[in-house]
Design a protein around this ligand. Structure first.
Ligand SMILES: C[S@@+](CC[C@H](N)C(=O)[O-])C[C@H]1O[C@@H](n2cnc3c(N)ncnc32)[C@H](O)[C@@H]1O
Ligand code: SF4
Length: 349
């Protein structure tokens, strides 16, 4: 039976290696730690991720060599882009060593990283030298009071801006800047963020607040729809849509009509993009998640440490991917959504 989502996907539907909805495996997001030096209210609220929270023990974490071995198998199956994430990836020591190992995998087109920027400034050049291509830095406001209320550890805006500047100077470009917009918290910062990053060469991406995990107490009325965000910015500086760079691009792109560059909106709540989702996620304890909103992962660390060959791991990946039918965001309003979901800090954004 041809699924509804598969219709219209052309020859890819029949090609080997696609999932049950006709989507190829192209991107791998690799979480390198479940820890973070921030406690963003929408991701790792302090009440849950407090002093008593049990983070993973060292022995449970994949080593850089284990991550690289798995990544190599993923690349052999069609993955072209790797993104390093977390938790906060830069709290993992010697991360540039992992970047260098990943950069040595033949067939990798791009290695990127998402970071909160706190530890980026002194590391940017070493990461670039190791083979990192680009960074995305998260920043929710230019107003210290608002930003510190969101990161909840009193971290100042200026230090994140230093990280962004260092990344640009090192050539980790274009730098993208992720801003999660939460109603009543930082929607008032949208225009000042747009003003600041217009013409800077950096690409601001405004993200709808998502119901990832179960700890952030998400409510639909706290989501500022992407259309509203575009209306706010477009009212000040006229915008026009830009074609996606490639199939499956998460952000909808817009450009300023006056030539001051582009921005993106990520509308995972109001305009789900499940049908083009080509991403797999690897948690730092070696579980493969086929959706950001999955309730469970598939263990890869067990077979890896039990001595499985690359061929055996590839067979497991193929079987998991071919059975993939996730499209949570499209089903969000239906009664069938899972009530338990993995936390964003466990698998990365
Ligand atoms: C989980 S973080 C991991 C990487 C890094 N610590 C950082 O903050 O950039 C990845 C991205 O997910 C975003 N994010 C986290 N929780 C979110 C939520 N509930 N809704 C939308 N985006 C979220 C963050 O703002 C960040 O841009
Ligand atoms: S969004 Fe990133 S910086 Fe904020 S708590 Fe989550 S992992 Fe940490």
């Amino acid at each position: 039976m041809v699924s509804v989502l598969a219709q219209g996907h052309g020859p890819e539907v029949a090609a080997n290696g696609n999932d049950s909805l006709g989507r190829p495996l192209r991107d791998l997001r690799i979480s390198v730690t479940d820890r973070c030096n921030f406690r963003c209210v929408y991701c790792m609220p302090k009440e849950v991720f407090g002093r008593d929270f049990q983070f993973l023990a060292r022995a449970e974490l994949l080593t850089f060599e284990e991550i690289t071995r798995l990544a190599r198998v993923f690349v052999a199956l069609g993955v072209e882009k790797l993104r390093i994430t977390g938790g906060e990836p830069l709290v993992r020591r010697d991360l540039e060593r992992l970047v260098a190992l990943l950069a040595g995998i033949e067939g990798v087109r791009e290695i990127a990283m998402t970071t909160n920027g706190a530890l980026l400034a002194p590391k940017a050049q070493a990461l670039k030298d190791a083979g990192l291509g680009r960074v995305t830095v998260s920043l929710d406001s230019l107003d210290d009071e608002v930003f510190q209320a969101m990161n909840d550890v009193g971290f100042p805006v200026a230090r994140v801006l230093e990280g962004i500047a260092a990344a640009a100077a090192a050539g980790l470009t274009p730098v993208k800047v992720n801003m999660v917009v939460k109603r009543g918290v930082n929607e008032g910062s949208v225009l000042s963020m747009a003003r600041f990053f217009r013409g800077s060469g950096h690409i601001l991406r405004l993200i709808e607040y998502m119901d990832v995990g179960t700890t952030n107490g998400w409510r639909l009325d706290e989501v500022v729809p992407a259309a509203e965000i575009i209306h706010i910015i477009g009212g000040e500086w006229p915008l026009e849509p830009v074609d996606p760079n490639y199939r499956g691009e998460v952000a909808s792109r817009y450009r300023y009509r006056d030539g001051a560059g582009e921005l993106g909106v990520i509308a995972s709540v109001t305009q789900p993009y499940c049908r083009n989702c080509t991403r797999a996620r690897l948690s730092v304890d070696g579980e493969l998640y086929t959706c950001l909103f999955a309730s469970r992962g598939h263990d890869l660390r067990g077979p890896l440490r039990a001595g499985a060959t690359d061929e055996q791991i590839a067979a497991r990946l193929r079987s998991i991917w071919s059975g993939r039918d996730d499209r949570y965001s499209e089903l969000r309003t239906a009664a069938t959504v899972p009530s338990e979901k993995v936390e964003m800090s466990h698998i990365g954004g």
